[in-house]
Every structure is written in C-alpha cells, then in structure tokens.
Design a protein around this ligand. Structure first.
Ligand SMILES: [Zn+2]
Length: 137
C-alpha cells in the first residue's frame, strides 16, 4: 500500500478520519486511537458501531480526496491502439511509404499517426477518427 508521505496530513489521536469499518461494511467516521512514529494511523474506533480495529484506508470511497480526479471522462483513452507514435511528423503523400507509429501531417485531416499498415493502405488515427489512406507500401 502506498501511503505517500506528504499527501497524508498529520493525524493525531482523537482526530476524526474516514476509514473502512469491517463491522459496518462501509466507510465511516472513526476516532483515531493510535498513530505510529511516521504519523500513520494504526488503530481507530468507529463512531457508528464503537468497534476498534486497525486502520484501513478507504480506497473504494475517496470522497475527501478531491485533489486526485477532477478530470471528466471525456477523453476516451482506454482501448486505443497499442501503437505509440514516434519520430518526427512527416507530410503525407501517397508516393511515400509509411510504417506503424509514423506521425504524419495530412492537408485535410491534420496530424495523425499510423496505426496499421496493410500493403498499399495505411490506417491513420486523426484524433478520434481513423482514416484509411494509400501509400507506396
Ligand atoms: Zn463500524
């Protein structure tokens, strides 16, 4: 578990902390009972069921860590091609020969990169769209 020092603020016994409670099966407010030398919370008491247990980071519910993810999922990166564009951008021409990963500049579609080569055709990803262009092969 990576509990990066510097992100976790200094906690002291008596402070409240959100923790996963095994009895409540949920993230509850807990009172800190014990903190180790590194300032890491060791034991907490659930304010809901009063049970004491070792502190567990509430990983599945991170409502208090607002710093991490404000990006909305508009840029669909997942599931894209494993091809990573490399090298300088080349101007597209059907007389040129291209390889997967080549970055090309097209007069109509703009800058993209080659995701697949099939004989005299190349698939080129321009932003979210993939166009099939011809090349010298
Ligand atoms: Zn509880």
């Amino acid at each position: 578990m990576m509990n990066a020092i510097g992100i976790v603020k200094q906690m002291r016994p008596g402070d409240d902390v959100d923790a996963a409670c095994g009895k409540c099966k949920d993230v509850r407010t807990h009172a800190i009972i014990a903190v180790n030398a590194q300032g890491k919370i060791e034991r907490v008491q659930c304010r809901t069921c009063q049970g004491t247990h070792n502190y567990r980071n509430p990983v599945k519910e991170t409502k208090r860590t607002a710093a991490s993810g404000t990006r909305s999922g508009s840029t669909g990166r997942a599931g894209s091609s494993p091809v990573i564009p490399t090298g300088p951008t080349r101007v597209y021409s059907p007389q040129q020969s291209f390889q997967a990963g080549d970055q090309i500049s097209h007069p109509t579609f703009g800058v993209g990169y080659v995701t697949e080569v099939r004989a005299t055709k190349i698939d080129v990803k321009f932003g979210r769209e993939t166009k099939t262009l011809i090349h010298a092969g």
